[in-house]
Design a protein around this ligand. Structure first.
Ligand SMILES: [Zn+2]
Length: 341
């Protein structure tokens, strides 16, 4: 199949090498890994600590005009997203150095922020390059890297929802190339189970390459329907109701299993995949109680309508207590891994 999208460059290099070649940079960091990395580089022009994705906070940070020609994000999701926002807002080139593979934020061009606690996409910026520092990534906690399957396995439920909507001529028109990309990534994911469970360099490369392909395809299409659907909507609704923010890839992997069950979409296949990758996705391991699970389903229909989210299985289902109880029973058969791994 032909490559979709005009992909940005994904290169393997160390953090120190990358900074050395860039000149004046404004670093946007998470800690960890920043305090560990700080001594390995000459002092950058400015360092912005990323922790809050609220739009008012980000606007205030942008007003201080962090000094540096290139905005460089180093860390997890909030560092990647904050770096995207600042580079977009200040009109500067962007380089991303993800330190974990728990989330695809470093590889996508959509600038996501939070408004009143809800995720909003307010612009687009494509990174000049994404740098994969294998040693840096492999040094992060294993469960955070394994969580990286979340934004890939979401193609399973995302594609189902998109097919459902496009079959009714609602929203984005079906695109076979995008659908084939999603299907191919799911098959490839099943071939890399052990590498991902072990967090080997090959597993990390596979996750990063998959994100590059997904990010490029979403940027090209102007939407992300093939990899984002009811599983993300469930997670957004849960986070909005509870104020909790579990590791993104872990709550998404969990929600894929739940929504695939609701969809009648081969749920055993996806649960098996999550289990074999050893992703922490048992609800009680990621802080999701049965009460909050039930509450999220009770508000889900209203939530997707209120925020005009894309048409999905949620628009067609009534979440009776029988359905919700059965979904809980199904997803709690994922083995527990404890709250820390
Ligand atoms: Zn996601």
């Amino acid at each position: 199949m032909a490559e979709i999208g005009n992909a940005f460059t994904l290169v393997e290099a160390t953090f120190a090498e990358t900074l050395h070649g860039l000149g004046s940079v404004a670093l946007v960091v998470n800690d960890p890994p920043w305090s560990h990395l700080a001594s390995s580089v000459a002092t950058p022009a400015s360092v912005v600590q990323a922790w809050d994705m609220d739009i008012a906070h980000l606007e205030a940070v942008a007003k201080t005009q962090p000094v540096g020609d290139t905005v460089v994000g180093v860390g997890g999701g909030t560092a990647m997203d904050t770096a995207k926002f600042l580079a977009w807002k200040l009109g500067r080139p962007l380089v991303q150095i993800p330190s974990i593979t728990s989330v695809d934020a470093g590889f996508t061009d959509a600038v996501g922020v939070r408004v009143d606690g809800n995720v909003r996409y307010i612009g687009n910026i494509r990174p000049e390059k994404v740098v994969l520092d294998i040693a840096l990534v492999c040094g992060a906690p294993a469960h955070l890297n394994r969580a990286g399957i979340g934004d890939i396995i979401s193609c399973a439920t995302g594609l189902f929802d998109w097919r459902l909507a496009s079959g009714k001529a609602i929203g984005h028109v079906w695109n076979t190339d995008l659908a084939n990309l999603g299907e191919r990534l799911l098959v490839d994911l099943e071939k890399h189970l052990e590498e991902i469970a072990q967090v080997s360099p090959a597993g990390v490369r596979f996750l990063a390459e998959s994100y590059r392909a997904i990010g490029a395809a979403c940027a090209d299409a102007g939407h992300s329907r093939f990899e984002e659907g009811s599983e993300h909507f469930w997670a957004y609704c849960y986070e909005s109701l509870t104020g909790a923010h579990p590791v993104h890839g872990e709550i998404i992997a969990f929600a894929v299993v739940v929504m695939a069950y609701i969809q009648g979409n081969n749920p055993e296949r996806w649960r098996d995949l999550v289990v074999k990758c050893q992703v922490r996705a048992h609800p009680l391991d990621i802080g999701i109680t049965q009460d909050d699970f039930v509450k999220t389903f009770a508000h889900l229909n209203e939530y997707v309508q209120k925020y005009s989210l894309d048409y999905s299985i949620i628009n067609e289902e009534e979440f009776t207590s029988d359905v919700v109880d059965a979904a809980w029973e199904f997803v709690t058969r994922i083995p527990r891994q404890g709250s820390i791994s």
